[in-house]
Ligand binder design. Structure first.
Ligand code: ZN
Length: 196
């Protein structure tokens, strides 16, 4: 027996086929446009996020600074151990002061990730770099910052700012206050700095 009950579906007309192709092409072009505009920025963001995380992890795995291991933030200047000296309101000095002419470039003592570029009451203009072992390196009383921003990577010796007298050092001889914080506690930077 012949399957005579089955009838062919009506063939779409030429116009509707052309219209269908055109709509598909338009949708495809739309997708291509969106991918072209969106993908590069997504991958760039993902890339810098992954790089930042990798840098943080590798920093944490590195050794904390040891004795005489760090170059001075002001390599040409005399170092004096002023850790623990009395300060106003019963505070004691949680760092060392290194004196230099106003505007002298301050070098990062370590590689690391910039975590703060901004002001506070005591320190004035300050920069914080998180370095090997997660130690925080605090540079205060700056005249000005170098061209850096939070989450930037710095290498040892990179300029992070310039000597000044901002914050509670206003009117005193220009110097950088350098502090090191390990697990949130201040430690004396003096023994860790290279002396020669
Ligand atoms: Zn100080």
């Amino acid at each position: 027996m012949l399957a005579d009950g089955k009838s062919q579906p009506p063939k779409p007309s030429f116009v509707s086929r052309v219209l269908g192709v055109l709509i598909k092409a338009a949708v495809l072009l739309g997708f291509l446009f969106v991918f072209d505009k969106l993908l590069p920025s997504i991958s760039e963001q993902t890339q810098s996020f992954v790089v930042a995380k990798w840098q943080q992890l590798s920093l944490l795995q590195q050794e904390l600074p040891t004795e005489n291991s760090l170059p001075s933030p002001l390599p040409e200047k005399n170092l004096t151990d002023t850790w623990g000296a009395a300060r106003s309101q019963g505070r004691s000095h949680e760092g060392i002061d290194i004196f230099a002419e106003r505007g002298t470039p301050i070098q990062s003592t370590t590689q690391g990730i910039v975590s703060k570029v901004g002001e506070n009451n005591l320190g004035g203009r300050v920069v914080v770099v998180v370095g090997p072992g997660g130690a925080g390196h605090y540079y205060a009383h700056l005249e000005d910052y170098a061209d850096i921003a939070p989450n930037d990577w710095v290498n040892q010796g990179d300029i992070i700012g310039y000597v000044g007298d901002s914050g509670n050092a206003k009117g005193t001889p220009p110097h950088v206050h350098y502090g090191i914080y390990i697990n949130g506690s201040a430690v004396n930077p003096y023994p860790l700095l290279q002396k020669d």
